[in-house]
Design a protein around this ligand. Structure first.
Ligand SMILES: C=CC1=C(C)c2cc3[nH]c(cc4nc(cc5[nH]c(cc1n2)c(C)c5CCC(=O)O)C(CCC(=O)O)=C4C)c(C)c3C=C
Ligand SMILES: [Fe+2]
Ligand SMILES: [Fe+2]
Length: 455
């Protein structure tokens, strides 16, 4: 196993407010910037471990009680080094790295072109990754350098989750806070956009095209596979992810029904990490059950992400396909990710244009009213729009600590265990782990290795 030293986190959402070291051009009030938020991915195999470190060092990915948050870098380092070999195998299987940077860059170019076509001539689109290059800090620095006057923040996740869009927004909030470079930068956020008709249409188009390739297009089951999150995010922290996902699937199925497609469908959740409970049903269990139940034709639809990535190219195309075939499915297909699909890009450009009237200064109220029941503002736009503070407040108001998504430490991080005894025991476990990781294999080490490699 390679044990290269993990990279220090570029930042974490509570890492303070490192100011951007740039001399901002005075904002040209007409210049529009679009900041695309994404997660980023390792571009080569050596990047895998430091990428994983950045991911697990994020307090929105492993949520620790504040009293033990200082342990996060140590935990991240241990988990990253244990998971790296398994993760690297996956990246090796898809050509040695993640295609995410290239696809996101292509999406940025396509959105800029679409904006120009729609009359927004002075617009630039920036890519801001959370865990790998180009980092969010670098993108924002460029935004300021370019003198952008109005910034539309657009996460490339159709549905909101604390662990994805929420994490990126929290980082941006920390960078904005107290930094004079941002005082005159007006912004607005489009927190989720799964409900936009253009997105729904683009997904229905792709599904329809694939359905027609089956020998029995009417019988094929549409199998939506969403990326999972730990169940506690939804139950304890109020993550709207599950609700938005279910609504999204209902909208796509409604569109297909209007087109005369009455296929059966399933929604399941993939890619769980560690042994704590994630959203159910799990994709692998569902595939087994469907196969056992006599399902012969299955169309997999990745639904939580709009680019091809390791989990479409490796997990779905290789692992789940094999599982489906072993379970008795005869015909298997997978809907491609939207990537730069024309209907989809055009709709995102419309979303940006609809958002422009709602920009405001950081810390101020946007001109739209933020509804009390959710994060969305009531506007004419078909996406909820709001400023960062209001959005994060509405989605994750209490910012409650959650059990870590990795099992061996879970018992020590639950609310009932927030006692000194528990904390000391946790510290002891981490010390043992560190000793084992640095000195070699042991029972505890290999037990945890298997748990962190669980997918
Ligand atoms: C909407 C999409 C995603 C959610 C929700 C999400 C939550 C989440 N992820 C992890 C842990 C890992 N994610 C990893 C890769 C990865 N995750 C997403 C999307 C969501 N994650 C994507 C698109 C990718 C792939 C990026 C690429 O390189 O192509 C990884 C690394 C890969 C691996 O080892 O499996 C980990 C680890 C957690 C813990 C979590 C919720 C708390
Ligand atoms: Fe993930
Ligand atoms: Fe995975």
């Amino acid at each position: 196993m390679s044990r290269s030293p993990p990279q220090m986190p570029v930042s974490s959402s509570d890492s303070g407010t490192g100011q951007l070291d740039v001399a901002p051009r005075p904002p040209q009030s007409g210049k529009v910037g679009v900041l695309l938020l994404n997660l980023g991915g390792p571009e080569k195999l050596e990047d895998v471990q430091p990428f994983l470190y950045n991911l697990f060092a994020d307090p929105d990915i492993i949520r620790l009680p504040s009293a033990v948050r200082f342990l996060q870098p140590v935990l991240a380092s241990v988990i990253a080094s244990l998971r790296a070999p398994k993760s690297a195998e996956g990246y090796e299987a898809i050509g040695g790295g993640s295609p995410l940077r290239k696809i996101t860059d292509d999406q940025a170019v396509a959105i800029r072109k679409a904006l120009r076509k729609k009359g927004i001539l002075d617009a630039e689109v920036y890519v801001a990754m959370r865990y790998w290059h180009p980092y969010t800090e670098e993108a924002l620095k460029q935004v300021v350098e370019d003198g952008v006057g109005k910034l539309v923040i657009l996460p490339l996740y159709p549905q909101f989750s604390i662990s994805t869009s929420g994490s990126s927004l929290r980082l941006i909030e920390a960078l904005f806070k107290g930094d004079p470079a941002f005082e005159s930068l007006q912004h607005t956020v489009i927190p989720s956009w799964y409900q936009r008709p253009g997105y729904v249409r683009a997904m229905a188009d792709l599904i329809q095209e694939e359905l027609d390739q089956f020998p029995d297009p009417e019988e094929a089951r549409i199998f939506f596979s969403a990326h999972g999150v730990p169940k506690s995010y939804v139950i304890e922290a109020g993550d709207p992810y599950k609700e938005e996902m279910e609504e999204c699937v209902a909208l796509i199925m409604g569109e297909l029904a209007r087109r005369g497609r009455g296929n059966p469908h399933t929604l399941a959740y993939q890619s769980r990490v560690g042994p704590v409970e994630w959203l159910k049903p799990y994709t692998d269990d569902s595939i087994r059950e469907l196969g056992k139940g006599g399902c012969k034709s299955l169309l997999a639809v990745p639904i939580s992400f709009v680019s091809e990535h390791i989990e479409t190219l490796e997990e779905i195309d290789m692992e789940y396909r094999e599982l489906a075939e072993e379970s008795g499915v005869r015909h298997w297909r997978r809907v491609p990710a939207l990537n730069t699909d024309a209907t989809f890009i055009d709709d995102l450009a419309d979303a940006v244009i609809e958002a422009l009237p709602y920009v405001s200064n950081f810390g101020g109220r946007s001109s739209a009213t933020i509804g009390s029941g959710g994060a969305g503002a009531t506007t004419d736009a078909s996406v909820p729009i709001g400023d960062l503070e209001a959005l994060l407040g509405a989605y994750d108001r209490e910012r409650r600590a959650l059990p870590a998504p990795v099992g061996p430490w879970e018992w020590g991080f639950t609310k009932s265990a927030e006692t000194w005894n528990g904390r000391l025991a946790m510290v002891a476990i981490i010390v043992i782990l560190l000793l084992e990781v640095t000195t070699g294999q042991s029972v505890l080490y290999s037990a945890i290795y298997h748990m962190t490699a669980l997918d």
